[in-house]
Ligand binder design. Sequence first.
Ligand SMILES: *Cc1c(COP(=O)(O)O)cnc(C)c1O
Length: 401
Amino acid sequence: MSNTSDAIRSAEAHSAHNYHPLPVVVASAEGAWMTDVEGRRYLDMLAGYSALNFGHGNRRLLDAAKAQLERVTLTSRAFHHDRFADFCTQLAALCGKDMVLPMNTGAEAVETAVKTARKWGYEVKGVPDGHAKIVVAANNFHGRTTTIVSFSTDHEARDHYGPYTPGFEIVPYGDLTAMEAAVTAHTVAVLIEPIQGEAGVLVPPPGYLAGVRELTRRKNVLFMADEIQSGLGRTGRTFACEHEGVVPDVYVLGKALGGGVVPVSAVVADRDVLGVFKPGEHGSTFGGNPLACAVGLEVVAMLRTGEYQQRAAELGDHLHRELGLLVGGGAVTAVRGRGLWAGVDIAPGHGTGRDVSERLMERGVLVKDTHGATIRIAPPLVISKEDLDWGLDQLRAVLDA
Ligand SMILES: *Cc1c(COP(=O)(O)O)cnc(C)c1O
């Protein structure tokens, strides 16, 4: 019996089946490549859903983590530690904001943003206590907590987890008229993904983000951008909002902020927003720990040069040019995305997204399907052009078969 099937059988026997992984068992990885327990190599075209923007085993990030491992890894926020101020200062500067509230996972950062908006609504905007509303978009993905799935429109994510947290208004994504109609005097925030990742890499119509900015400013409502997947270089800019010259009130960050090494997330905003928190009113044992801050600080330093953003923009143009040629060829009905990020819709009769992912795996390329007919392509930003082209060759071969 192979190591692969043994490992998969044990995993299925002793872990909850809340995922349906491709049948590959990874043992090591470097850059854009992963090696399985049988020694087979795969090009990683998913990058941990954008948590691995800087690639596997990135030298700078590993060095930062190793140095910190030897010094101090956890203090709790009961005490100051000597990486905290730097991380918060540098991340705030990268975002052009005053303050950072560090957490660990993306969902925790979204929860923190929701709490921020409600508190701001009651204490600054003057909404009557208990009446705050947050406007969100249909087909959103913001994480898996009870409150977050309360405003999901995905039945798999939401069903049988009620009773649900109230206070959310769902409007169609990309529809400014519907959003304006949903905003009332009790609305404290609009929470959206600048590009909807999980939904299939849906790019909103031109002008949408700028319109949300204008609307939220006019109505005294916080614009909270969940840039957990779209941010930190993926789309060719530091933030996807930049493509429309938009600066939201609140950035929600995660995934690549931890460099694929540790979970690091954060809410970033100005003092008039994040200043609502006083001691004891919110927190996390692990949030802002020394190891997380050391890695996050290095991530911020790497993003400051703009080299990863430029790479994502250049390779992304190439990726979208190549993928665009597949549309209309029979096997692909549509391609969307920005930078090194694409959703590719597979035509009926050419297999499901899962089928295509499995056939790509057999050819040494790892991607992930979403919503049945779509595959999501999001390689590490450090991928070479040659490797990207090789991955595209495999996709063409799978679609031609
Ligand atoms: C992944 C993701 C989250 C949740 O992050 P976790 O770290 O998995 O909790 C939230 N929002 C968006 C847009 C994401 O892509």
